[in-house]
Ligand binder design. Structure first.
Ligand code: HEC
Length: 256
């Protein structure tokens, strides 16, 4: 009987979704920041879509997304869609493709800009958020910038006018070599903003968060619905567990 009670409590606690220590742990290598994006914030998704169409689609496609699906999911009319998101495409059921050809891409960059439909799932939203904020000046690179999340990245700093230009600052850290000798290495410490952009850092964070939010939605358009259904199912199971337990008590009460 005692065991059954403990199991019932454990089940209820589990269903209540109490944070488990395993999930709380983890994080990047010091640099990684959290996107804290909110898929239920439709305004943020709309702004993110606009950002993407203005700053990214010149190089990156989203080959699994159709414009009219975007309009439906983001609550936009066909007119708003045409005015704000579609540039040079006439069919609203077209997929989000880029005008850049593979040949152009390979001649301009050493890597072809990847399709970004599923990047929020392969890299994670925090990674993309941090990546877009981690471009820094580096004269050795073709476009004069490098990226702390993806060293040697061939993507130019397309948002420099908004963010400004930043320099990476390093500190010396002592490391023990295999031979037992101590030596100094340079470790990344922080960024300093050398030249201000048109946005202050907080505004820029918001801009990036919206963009990442949009990419998160595109990576899994049914995510919001799935999470809501999941909560309903858990609620149902919770009620069922309580009823089943009450029924069991009722059945067994005369037997002892
Ligand atoms: C001028 C062309 C260009 C534009 C505009 C551009 N990118 Fe890129 N992007 C690239 C290239 C090239 C790469 C490949 C970098 C590499 O692998 O070296 C890349 C890589 C990326 C990656 C890394 C993907 C991965 O998994 O490795 C992300 C994320 C990304 N871009 C997001 C964006 C976003 C968001 C925008 C709009 C704000 C944007 N890019 C605008 C050229 C561009």
């Amino acid at each position: 009987m005692q065991a059954a009670k403990i199991w019932a409590v454990a089940l209820l606690l589990g269903l209540a979704g109490l944070p488990s220590p395993a999930l709380a742990a983890g994080g990047g290598e010091g640099l990684m920041q959290q996107a804290n994006n909110d898929l239920e914030n439709v305004n943020s998704l709309q702004r993110g879509a606009r950002n993407f169409m203005n700053y990214c689609v010149g190089c990156h496609s989203m080959q699994y997304v159709r414009y009219n699906r975007l309009a439906t999911d983001l609550g936009l009319s066909e007119e708003q869609l045409r005015d704000n998101l579609i540039f040079g495409v006439d069919k609203i059921n077209a997929y989000v493709t880029t005008a850049m050809t593979r040949e152009q891409a390979t001649s301009w960059f050493s890597a072809v800009p990847p399709d970004l439909s599923l990047t929020s799932r392969s890299r994670g939203v925090d990674w993309i958020y941090t990546y877009l904020k981690s471009f820094y000046l580096d004269n050795s690179r073709t476009f004069g910038v490098n990226n702390k999340m993806l060293e040697g990245s061939s993507m130019p700093h397309v948002l420099w006018e908004l963010q400004g230009l930043q320099t990476a600052v390093y500190r010396d850290e002592a490391v023990m070599e295999d031979s037992g000798k101590e030596s100094m290495v340079k470790v990344f410490d922080h960024f300093t903003l050398d030249e201000e952009g048109s946005m202050n850092p907080k505004e820029f964070d918001g801009f990036v968060r919206d963009t990442v939010n949009f990419m998160d939605y595109v990576g899994e358009p049914v995510k919001i619905k799935r999470q809501k259904i999941g909560m309903m199912v858990l609620g149902f199971l919770l009620v069922l567990a309580v009823l089943a337990y009450a029924l069991k008590v009722e059945y067994w009460k005369d037997i002892h």
